[in-house]
Design a protein around this ligand. Structure first.
Ligand SMILES: [Zn+2]
Length: 1010
């Protein structure tokens, strides 16, 4: 038979499926009468839709302005000849190919109840057995979500991502609205044919199984009478069953298949649409789980459940029942599938806190691992964060997208920078949207890197990215692959159980990966959509302030949970990275502005200042300020402890501190404060940066720090990616328009300013040096008009340091500045929180910033990415007025990051000025433990009046010391992030002193009884 395994045989088999079987899955169709509402920009509920004026609507008519909704009503009376037959409504809203989730979608209602979604792979709505004369009425809420991803624009600019520019043209055409007979036998034949063809193609040409499959396909084709498909389908199927019932080897790889719908919380659609996608997706899953009691569906993101609970309570009730019966698995324990590069460590902990508590309150379920299949990099502190949030395992697959290096494991221990280990699995199918085809399953088996001691892996199946989830066809394929020659053995199961089994089988032998898991792609997401990122930082900073001053004043603010959740939602892995359409980023900025307003009001009430004509400076940072501050536009000296307020200001430099001096000569400007000396030439280039006492120069010989443009033209994924070719492309210096000059001068602070421009953009830069400071502060105000350009601040350094120390959540990681290995080469742009430091013992320089930024640390330079201008998916991304701030820190410390952490904590938590005397002034907490910082102090979430203090060790060193608090006695209990006691002996408080001890990089949450 081998000679028959030829291209024509393959072609014949495919046509058999596509043209001679698939179209006959339904037959005997009768048309529905169709009525439609007008185009609604804001949709209405089903109940309200009953009151809409509907008009007759002919199949073939175009509909669907971008982002609009039309309610369709389909009516048909069952004729006598369809009585007793299994009926379906067959609907085509104008689907283009497959791509569920990226285009038009609908939600079907029958008899006032949600049935399931109508999508490219769910065109049939099952209606049960036909009764003659029965009037069938279906309502479809059809959403004209425009196609933004994929080939329509080839990553070019599209106006469709913003309703203001999307236009009025109808995007879709109603193509089909019929009631027909569903032929289960033909459908079964179609599934079997697809599997047999897919498997035959994937097998080696020399495989005997392949020859047998083609022979069976030929016999099936011969057995099928194309004039009587329905009547002969079972005979054809029998021919295929002969080969599809050949059993798998007992040694074949085992795959646990979890039904899933990767539903992005916002991306190529706004949150408004995600709320509806969540209802559609959940409705689909419920429908399938009820029909398939062996199947399991796993869904993460507590926020999605919260939306469904609010928008479709009847669907949520069904979910509760399915969780109880074991078919539905809430997974991941987070509020949303957060981005991991950009939120603070506190935010990541709160993702776990609010996720875990929500799942527990709704379902009584505590998630035991973190589930983040689609993140753009995994920080080295995540294992500890996951563990502190109640998890013990970790799942992703995204590193399969690495452009340079293949990650060496699929099942392994991931050890964080503090030594915490979480059992980790990367799905070897390299997607979170698997279809369970035999070829895909076979790929997973071939790709799996840990066969040496593990026999199993996890596959998530179901349409994702816009939701939709599994289909009946996928479940049928999964069952077929339960015991099929040449294919890994598939069983349906929960992710939780997979991890338990995999760990018990392989945990003692699995390899360990230590430190961060850098993603070798999407490096632009550290910088794109600055407004969204700055909004997030502002919200994080304000929530910190609110928690600190609530703790100080002893009153918990009830609204804080809701405010946290709103901010956490905006940290989703396509929002905060800047990879969404314009609408999503407009929404994000508006949400952060609203949060800022509300927190501002709450802070007023928590601080409740008494009007007495005084001005107070409130320092929410966990470190003291002893230096120059800005009080109503005037530089003043202040000394204020950590997390405390003061009204004592001075406009004079203390006697122990040197005044700032400024010299101008022939266009050059020279500033010095006795600690740092900086000098600019008339072109606005920083030509000298020195530590005064040692005389050590931090800038490379004959080198200058300047602003440069580089082209930014990714091969794909514009807002996501910075390509290596662009990172290595020639730099273009930004020209000075007006050279540096003094803007303001006092003995406390000197500010100089210079103007720069390109052909289309304008920049004003201010450098500010204060008395007593080790840092030069820089602020860039830009009118940014570039297209596909990136603006960088380039700082050539005269420091021999093979690695750069980069701040991350609750710690730091070191990144190479050289190209020894391909892993080093790939790190040409990295994300760092708060600082990047390079140093020799006793001498270093750092770039400090208020939050995470993208840096190029290669060679001897540090380059900070300031602005990008990608054109997809938001063609106007980052265009307009922007302000970016950073500092250059001159470091004389012995070689660890302690002073850098202290300085950057001040920048991360800036002071606030208030009019009047606050009700409470000081936290009363004094920490005397080298290298340890307070992450937050807050009232306990349970309203008990307990105080929660979270500490973290910054240097990577074991340390011990004392913390004094304003409560003389009692106990401090070590807790997890959920503020639940850990199995550790309580720490006693003696005369207000607690002895504390931390391991390297440890996060320690203490709960101090009221
Ligand atoms: Zn995603």
């Amino acid at each position: 038979m081998a000679h028959r395994v030829t291209a024509p045989a393959m072609q014949r088999a495919r046509r058999l499926l596509d043209q001679r079987v698939q179209p006959f899955v339904t037959h005997s169709a009768i048309p529905c009468e169709v009525f439609a509402s007008g185009e609604l920009f804001e949709s209405v509920s089903y109940d309200k839709a009953q009151g809409l004026a509907l008009s007759p609507f002919a199949v073939g008519t175009r509909w669907g302005k971008a982002w609009h909704t039309v309610w369709f009503k389909l009516v048909a009376t069952v004729p006598a000849h369809l009585a007793g037959q299994p009926l379906v409504a067959a609907i085509d809203l104008g689907f283009t190919g497959r791509g569920d989730g990226f285009q038009v979608e609908g939600l079907a209602y029958r008899n006032g109840k949600i049935v399931h979604a109508v999508q490219p792979d769910r065109r049939l709505v099952h209606l049960g057995t036909g009764v003659a004369g029965e009037v069938i009425e279906l309502w479809i809420e059809a959403a004209a979500t425009p196609i933004i991803a994929g080939h329509a624009f080839g990553y070019g600019p599209t106006p469709l991502g913003d309703p203001a520019t999307a236009g009025d043209a109808p995007l879709y055409q109603l193509r089909r609205a019929e009631v027909a007979v569903f032929d289960a036998g033909v459908n079964e034949l179609a599934v079997a044919l697809h599997a047999a063809i897919d498997l035959a193609i994937d097998l080696d040409e020399s495989s005997p199984q392949r020859a047998r499959l083609f022979a069976a396909l030929e016999r099936a084709g011969n057995a099928l009478n194309v004039a009587e498909v329905s009547q002969t389908a079972s005979v054809a199927l029998d021919e295929l069953k002969v080969v599809l019932s050949q059993e798998a080897s007992v040694h074949s790889h085992k795959i646990v298949a979890a039904g899933h719908a990767h539903l992005d919380t916002a991306w190529l659609w706004p949150i408004r649409e995600t709320r509806r996608k969540a209802v559609r997706t959940f409705a689909n899953a419920i429908d399938l789980l009820k029909k398939n009691p062996d199947a399991v569906f796993s869904h993460s993101q507590a926020q999605h459940y919260a939306w469904v609970r609010e928008d479709a309570p009847e669907i949520f009730t069904e979910v509760v029942k399915l969780v109880e019966s074991g078919q539905w698995e809430p997974v991941g324990g987070m509020w949303v599938e957060t981005d991991l590069n950009l939120p603070t460590g506190e935010s990541l902990l709160r993702q776990m806190v609010y996720g875990q508590r929500s799942f527990e309150s709704w379902f009584g379920v505590r998630c035991d691992g973190a589930f983040l299949p689609d993140d753009f990099g995994y920080p080295g502190t995540l294992p500890q964060i996951v563990q502190h949030g109640g998890g013990r395992w970790f799942f992703t697959q995204k590193l399969s997208w690495n452009e340079t290096n293949k990650f060496p494991h699929h099942t392994f221990w991931w050890e964080g920078i503090d030594g915490t280990r979480v059992f980790t699995h990367f799905s070897p199918v390299d997607t979170y949207n698997a279809l369970l085809t035999p070829s895909q399953l076979r790929f997973a088996e071939r790709n799996f890197a840990d066969h040496v001691g593990s026999t199993r892996s996890l596959v998530l199946y179901g349409h994702g990215d816009g939701g939709g989830g599994p289909t009946q066809t996928m479940i049928d394929r999964g069952r077929l692959a339960n015991n099929l020659e040449g294919v890994p053995q598939v069983s349906f199961g929960k992710i939780r159980n997979f991890f338990a089994d995999a760990e018990s089988e392989y945990g003692s032998q699995a390899q360990t990966w230590v430190g961060e898991m850098y993603f070798e792609k999407h490096r632009g997401t550290y910088s794109s959509q600055l407004g969204t990122k700055q909004g997030n930082r502002n919200s994080e900073r304000l929530l910190h302030e609110l928690e600190v001053w609530s703790a100080v004043s002893g009153q918990r603010v009830e609204d804080i949970d809701g405010l946290w959740k709103r901010v956490l939602t905006q940290q989703f892995h396509d929002i905060i990275p800047g990879s969404s359409i314009a609408w999503v980023h407009d929404d994000a900025e508006a949400e952060h502005a609203a949060v800022a307003d509300e927190v501002g009001q709450l802070l007023d009430s928590v601080l409740s200042p008494r009007t007495d004509g005084s001005t107070w400076l409130m320092n929410p940072a966990p470190v003291a300020i002893s230096g120059v501050v800005d009080v109503n536009g005037v530089a003043q000296w202040v000394d204020v402890p950590a997390m405390s307020g003061t009204k004592m200001f001075s406009n004079e430099v203390p006697s122990t501190v040197t005044r700032v001096s400024c010299t101008e000569f022939a266009g050059d400007v020279d500033l010095s404060n006795g600690i740092v000396e900086a000098k600019w030439n008339s072109k606005g280039e920083l030509i000298a940066l020195r530590h005064c006492e040692s005389g050590r120069s931090l800038l490379g010989a004959d080198q200058v720090s300047s602003f440069v443009l580089r082209q930014d033209t990714p091969a794909e994924y514009d807002a996501w990616d910075i390509d290596m070719a662009d990172a290595n492309s020639p730099e273009i210096a930004v020209e000075v328009v007006r050279g540096p000059r003094v803007e303001s001068v006092s003995e406390l602070r000197v500010v100089i300013v210079a103007d720069f421009a390109t052909q289309v953009s304008k920049f004003q830069v201010r450098w500010s040096l204060s008395a007593g400071a080790s840092r030069l502060d820089v602020a860039l105000d830009a009118d940014w008009r570039e297209s596909e350009q990136r603006l960088q601040m380039k700082l050539p350094t005269a420091v021999l340091s093979r690695e750069a120390t980069c701040g991350t959540q609750f710690g730091h990681v070191r990144r190479p500045r050289h190209h020894n290995t391909s892993w080093d080469v790939a790190k040409f742009e990295v994300c760092a929180h708060r600082y990047v430091h390079v140093g020799e013992p006793g001498c270093g320089i750092a770039v400090l910033a208020d939050g995470p930024r993208g840096y190029d640390v290669r060679g001897n330079a540090l380059s900070l990415t300031l602005l990008r201008s990608p054109k997809f998916p938001d063609p106007q991304a980052d265009i307009g007025r922007q302000r970016v701030e950073w500092s250059l820190y001159v470091d004389q410390s012995p070689g660890d990051v302690e002073v850098i952490e202290i300085e950057s904590a001040k920048i991360a938590h800036p002071y606030r000025l208030i009019a009047g005397t606050p009700a409470a002034i000081s936290s009363g907490i004094r920490l005397d433990v080298r290298g340890v910082l307070i992450s937050v102090i807050k009232p306990a979430d349970d309203g008990s009046g307990d105080l929660v203090v979270r500490l973290w060790e910054t240097r990577g060193a074991s340390t011990a010391g004392t913390m004094s608090i304003s409560r003389p006695s009692g106990t401090a209990v070590q807790c997890n992030a959920l503020e639940e006691p850990l199995e550790a002996p309580p720490l006693s408080i003696s005369d207000g002193i607690i002895a504390v001890q931390l391991a390297p990089f440890q996060i320690q949450t203490l709960r101090i009884s009221a």
